[in-house]
Write a protein that binds this ligand. Structure first.
Ligand SMILES: Nc1ncnc2c1ncn2[C@@H]1O[C@H](COP(=O)(O)OP(=O)(O)OP(=O)(O)O)[C@@H](O)[C@H]1O
Ligand SMILES: [Mg+2]
Length: 201
């Protein structure tokens, strides 16, 4: 495409190549790291930043071209603690699955908020949903119903959420798409400087 494209398109294609190379790089890293615990990246970040970054990265993916993304976020994003890149990856895996289940056409509802004193990330699609007999197996490594799937996306996602002391669940009522809910512990509130000095421990 670069060979035949007009010069003004070249940088666009190069950007796409860099993005896709990033995907490949991440996938290989995930494979290599699958069985060993991740180097504990430990930062406090807004759940919404990870979600928005995941949607931004995915927006370059061809599966997303005709997907309508509806994004609902709270005024103040819940803060969580851990690896921002990992949470971004988890959201990407779920959202890409949703786009694939919808065969590239449908609506992806992504909302964030606080529920039961935890950060909640909700990703809902308008695809065919998960068959009841598969619900128990979709988080297993190498379980796939897609011809070109490896079956690692959700098992990696599960591990990431587990490492963050979170929960992930899937809801798929017959006839209304699939919904993946991620619950993550809120980061403990920052102690003001003067209280920290007086806390005595
Ligand atoms: N949103 C969804 N709607 C319907 N089925 C889903 C959805 N998300 C996941 N699944 C089912 O769960 C299976 C496992 O998903 P997972 O992401 O682990 O693997 P994959 O997408 O098949 O392959 P990979 O992610 O490795 O490319 C899928 O093959 C599909 O059957
Ligand atoms: Mg997948």
């Amino acid at each position: 495409m670069i060979n035949t494209a007009p010069p003004e398109k070249t940088s666009h294609y190069l950007e796409r190549i860099a993005q896709e190379a990033g995907f490949i790089d991440q996938t290989i890293r995930d494979l290599l790291e699958f069985s060993r615990p991740a180097a504990a990246e430990d930062q406090v970040f807004a759940a919404d930043d990870a979600v928005d970054e995941a949607l931004r990265m995915l927006s370059f993916h061809k599966m997303m071209k005709h997907i309508e993304v509806k994004r609902t976020s709270p005024q103040k994003s819940p803060l969580i603690k851990g690896g921002k890149k990992e949470i971004t990856q988890a959201v990407m895996n779920i959202a890409l699955n949703a786009a694939q289940a919808m065969k590239g056409r449908g609506t992806l509802d992504v909302s964030t908020g606080i529920e039961s004193a935890a950060a909640l990330i909700k990703i809902r699609d308008t695809g065919p949903g998960v068959k009841p007999e598969n619900l128990k197996r979709i988080f297993d490594p190498f379980f796939t119903t897609r011809g070109d799937g490896v079956g690692l996306g959700l098992s990696i996602t599960y591990k990431i959420i587990e490492r963050h002391n979170g929960l992930i669940q899937v809801l798929s009522p017959p006839g209304s798409g699939a919904e993946f809910d991620i619950l993550l512990p809120l980061a403990p509130p920052e102690q003001p400087e003067n209280e920290r000095a007086n806390s005595g421990s």
